[in-house]
Ligand binder design. Structure first.
Ligand code: FPP
Ligand code: K
Ligand code: ZN
Length: 470
């Protein structure tokens, strides 16, 4: 079963899916995918009926065919010559990925200056990726606290570095990085009062948030804002000088659920802002935002058409690739292992159902096609690895391998105050069906809403619940 190069006699059927146009029902599809965990890659692929196709050839269909051609060798065989696990699937190349991320934390030559504004992100992706791989990052506490003290702006929030204007995305990445390393020095480096005032500048009358004062209003803003409000235990009252207050709002939560609701599109997915195209990255932001606002079974069901959302999310899983794309008629990409894959824990909590997605197919894509030979994870074979794709493939792998459930009980005394719903999650062990990974391939627990290591969000919140004032 564990063969490193097992050419499939039927692979021709898959590489030229255009030759086959046939109707398959949902139940056929499920039958085909069930019970395939114990098969090696080539055998698995030989069992999948290619997706339904029409005969129209377009740029989109061509690039899809080319993509499949580039990916299939990795699903059918083992071009990287990785060691295989007991299921004939490449093992998680833990050491190589750790080395890759440690290099990403290091020195950058001058031509990287253009990336300076993304420095908080680079730190976040790297630290989060390392912890998912089981590394202890407490050694970086001081360095991270120092770095972000310099990047904190007097008006509140963070920019890419000293003297840069703050931006809500950089601020989100900065706060998560500080939460990941943890410790008093990191927590105390955050000016919570100016942060609260800064967020007050983003709140809009229609309920949403901009990414910077006077900047674009989109669902990243809504998600980043509520994550920061919750982790830092900030007051939900709008600051006195918030422009939204002048227009009659009083709370950060005013009109927010309705605004997120308006981002759900006719397809069922969630877009950056009302009227735009649904995209997987924004789906996670929207579901994450609602899951901070309250228990998902309340907020998701109240503000979203759930059957339509589930249909759209399911449609993002590509066949036979197994990984996810971000939007209709686009290509599979390893980062959507998280942006779409991690939606499922939130959706299953809201729907009260399990098994809505194919964990093994995604796990197979990540391990077989998204690991770079020399370390780091990537979008798809042929691309270069980077910290972003490494972080989010690993977060997706955690969603695949572990069961995260919403628990009515509070966690470890956290939960006096507002926005406590995300502190009700519990890990209910590893997925225990047939699976394509071994225990050695399992990554650490990742918080399903905050996307930080287990326990770190709680430590931070608890620290700030004990503070008397801002
Ligand atoms: C399309 O890129 C990508 C987007 C429209 C969304 C990007 C947003 C994020 C990654 C999430 C940001 C989240 C936070 C919390 C700030 P593309 O057209 O290159 O990719 P595609 O073909 O896969 O759609
Ligand atoms: K992409
Ligand atoms: Zn990507």
């Amino acid at each position: 079963m564990a063969s490193s190069q097992a050419p499939s006699s039927r692979s021709g059927e898959i590489t030229s899916p255009g030759n086959r146009v046939e109707q398959i029902s949902d139940s056929d599809f499920e039958e085909e995918l069930n019970g395939t965990a114990m098969l090696d890659n080539a055998e698995y692929l030989s069992r999948i009926t290619p997706p339904l196709r029409d005969m129209l050839e377009t740029g989109t269909s061509q690039v899809q065919d080319e993509t499949l051609e580039a990916i299939l060798p990795f699903l059918e065989g083992n071009p990287n010559d990785f060691d295989l696990n007991s299921q004939g699937i490449p093992k998680l190349q833990r050491k190589k990925h750790v080395a890759f991320l440690e290099r990403a934390l290091g020195y950058y030559p001058p031509q990287f200056a253009a990336m300076d504004a993304a420095r908080p992100w680079l730190l976040y992706w790297t630290l989060q990726g390392l912890t998912a791989l089981g590394e202890d990052v407490s050694q970086y506490q001081e360095r991270v606290a120092d770095n972000f003290s310099a990047a904190q702006h007097p008006m509140g929030g963070y920019g890419g570095g000293h003297g840069q204007l703050p931006h809500l995305a950089a601020t989100y990445a900065a706060v998560l990085s500080l939460v990941i390393v943890g410790g008093t020095e990191a927590y105390d480096s955050i000016n919570r009062k100016s942060m609260w005032q800064y967020l007050g500048q983003m709140k809009q009358l229609d309920g949403g948030f901009t990414m910077s004062p006077g900047g674009e209003e989109d669902i990243r803003g809504a998600f980043c804002a509520v994550v920061i409000l919750s982790l830092l235990n900030l007051p939900l009252d709008l600051p006195p000088d918030s422009p939204a207050r002048a227009h009659g709002l009083s709370s950060f939560m005013d009109n927010l659920g309705d605004w997120v609701s308006r981002c759900q599109t006719f397809e069922g997915g969630i877009s950056a802002a009302p009227g735009n195209e649904a995209h997987g990255a924004y789906a996670f932001c929207g579901l994450g935002c609602l899951s901070v606002m309250g228990p998902p079974q309340e907020t998701l069901n109240k503000y979203l058409d759930m059957p339509l959302l589930i249909h759209w999310l399911s449609s993002r899983q590509c066949s036979p690739e197994g990984g996810y794309n971000g939007r209709t008629n686009k290509l599979v990409d390893g980062c959507y292992s998280h942006w779409v894959g991690s939606c499922w824990a939130l959706v299953e909590a809201a729907a009260g159902k399990k098994g809505l997605w194919n964990r093994n197919a995604l796990g197979r894509y990540i391990l077989s096609a998204a690991q770079f030979k020399k370390g780091g994870l990537l979008d798809k074979p042929g691309k270069r690895p980077d910290a972003y794709h490494t972080c989010y493939n690993l977060a997706g792998l955690s969603a695949v391998q572990r069961i995260y459930i919403f628990d009515e009980g509070r966690q470890r005394g956290v939960g006096n105050g507002d926005l406590v719903a995300p502190f009700h999650w519990k890990e209910d062990g590893l997925y225990d069906g047939d699976k394509v990974w071994d225990n050695d391939d399992v990554v650490d627990r990742v918080h399903p809403v905050f996307v930080v290591p287990w326990g770190k969000a709680e430590d931070c919140r608890l620290y700030f619940e004990r503070k008397e004032c801002l």
